[in-house]
Design a protein around this ligand. Structure first.
Ligand SMILES: [Zn+2]
Length: 296
């Protein structure tokens, strides 16, 4: 069943500034139980226009995976991943015909209702992730068809190219990527990405030292077999999409597996410490000393 939830405007802006993640996070386990793969979650945000609370559709994520976040991730335990190719971010304008408030009150919800809510208290009522009927989801879809899409959400660097520049330790290549492509990042995110070379190099070095250059999933030991390290650091939440340049967002994997992870868009789950592929294949870490499990 499709669902609806509130996305705080500041978090929506932050997500866009850092490289649209097409993720939604929450501490509510309902985020996982209410949604199945292929369902949509409609994310509504609140903006103040001339002193009045107005509501806007911020995004529609069509779910491709559900995972548990790392223990220190501060925006919640539960994550859903939207399919980038079919999900949408909507460009938020102050123009009042984009206000979705009256429509919200018409929605048929599995639990409770928004009938009778006013512009202030509806925000509180929508804090819980709620399922909506098919008819209601269709109403939102019709409404969303008139909205302009947020182009910044699709102007994000290709993660494989970004990671290749990191792996090659090629700052020039990264500058080219950031300058040649019209990217949706904020100025500060662009400069953070440019500056993250040194940091990334240190983190990757630590990872190689921790695991003696072995792949954390397959145990493949290229230093032993061939005398050269070939394993690559992978960002669980893509660096290009707001993922942190931190040890807990990195896994050391062999190049073949790394290619497969990107090609298949595999996700990583911190409750099982495993990569989950869309075809159902699960690849748990066999070597791990730096990632902690999060119990959901
Ligand atoms: Zn990667």
């Amino acid at each position: 069943m499709d669902a609806i939830a509130i996305w705080n405007y500041s978090n929506y802006r932050k997500d866009l500034d850092e490289g649209a993640g097409y993720h939604f996070n929450s501490n509510q386990s309902r985020l996982h139980s209410a949604l199945n793969i292929g369902d949509s979650i409609w994310l509504v945000t609140r903006v103040v226009v001339r002193g009045r609370n107005e509501y806007r559709l911020a995004a529609r994520l069509i779910i491709r995976a559900k995972t548990i976040n790392s223990p220190s991730y501060k925006y919640g335990t539960y994550r859903v991943w939207g399919d980038v190719t079919v999900s949408s971010y909507f460009h938020i304008e102050k123009t009042s015909e984009h206000d979705v408030f009256e429509l919200l009150k018409l929605l048929e919800m599995e639990s409770g209702t928004l009938v009778g809510k006013n512009r202030s208290n509806i925000f509180q009522s929508m804090q819980t992730v709620r399922n909506i009927s098919r008819k209601s989801s269709n109403l939102l879809e019709s409404f969303s068809n008139q909205l302009p899409l947020e182009t910044r959400a699709i102007q994000v660097l290709d993660e494989s190219k970004l990671e290749k520049a990191f792996i090659a330790n090629d700052a020039g290549q990264l500058n080219l990527l950031l300058n040649e492509n019209p990217v949706g990042y904020s100025v500060s995110t662009k400069s953070e990405i440019k500056q993250s070379f040194e940091r990334n190099r240190k983190l990757v070095k630590s990872l190689h030292e921790l695991y003696n250059g072995r792949c954390q999933v397959t145990g493949h030991d290229s230093p032993l077999l061939y005398g050269v390290p070939t394993a690559e650091a992978h960002h669980v939440v893509y660096r290009s999409r707001g993922g942190a340049d931190e040890m807990e967002n990195l896994v050391l994997v062999s190049p073949n597996l790394h290619t497969a992870i990107h090609a298949a868009n595999a996700t990583f789950d911190y409750s099982s410490l495993a990569f989950v592929f869309p075809n159902g294949r699960v690849e748990p870490l066999v070597l791990n000393t730096h990632l902690e499990k999060r119990v959901a």
